[in-house]
Design a protein. Structure first.
Length: 185
């Protein structure tokens, strides 16, 4: 009898799990990110229609161009170098279909608490990424916290805040010419 209850519980969870490919970020996002391991704060701008991302930190910035499969790295002096970018390096707009729904919880308390979905997805280099996504009714899903985990150890964890569905920078993906390739020698 206990085995039967366990199977029914598993089946109920599987049938009630959301479709990960329907869990998507807006076309444009701008946010701040705090890395818990390094204490580094970054600014991140995503434009999924242009397939571009800009990440800015105290040591410089990086533009990722998924159409050209390149990233452009700028040091703190503005010097630019470019390199190839594997397709797996860019986070998709929607969760991949092999993502696993873990469950739902809340952040905060009372009438201001925020519903949060917890997801786990395989990472391209063998680990997994656990994500806590805000799930406010009528609002797009956005990451609040994510952790890359390999062999049971959190390699990095990022907390996201000041999120917006518009880009305020006038031209965030401007790449200088020339931006020479990185020498691999």
């Amino acid at each position: 009898m206990l085995h039967y209850i366990f199977v029914v519980a598993l089946l109920s969870m599987a049938l009630g799990a959301p479709d990960p490919t329907k869990v998507c970020s807006p076309d444009q996002t701008q946010m701040s990110s705090f890395n818990i391991q390094t204490s580094v704060t970054m600014e991140i701008i995503n434009d999924f229609k242009q397939k571009m991302r800009l990440t800015t930190s105290p040591t410089g910035s990086r533009i990722e161009d998924m159409d050209k499969l390149k990233h452009y790295i700028f040091d703190s002096n503005g010097n630019c170098r470019s390199d190839s970018l594997p397709p797996s390096a860019f986070s998709p707009q929607c969760l991949p279909d092999n993502s696993v729904y873990i469950g739902e919880t809340f952040v905060g308390f009372g009438p201001n608490r925020l519903p949060v979905e917890i997801w786990e997805t395989p990472a391209s280099d063998g680990g997994t990424v656990k994500m806590f996504l805000g799930n406010q009714p009528g609002q797009p899903s956005e990451a609040i916290l994510d952790s890359f985990i390999r062999d049971g150890v959190a390699i990095f964890s990022n907390f996201y805040f000041n999120q917006s569905v518009t880009i305020t920078s006038p031209d965030p993906f401007k790449i200088p010419d020339p931006c020479p390739p990185t020498s691999h020698g």
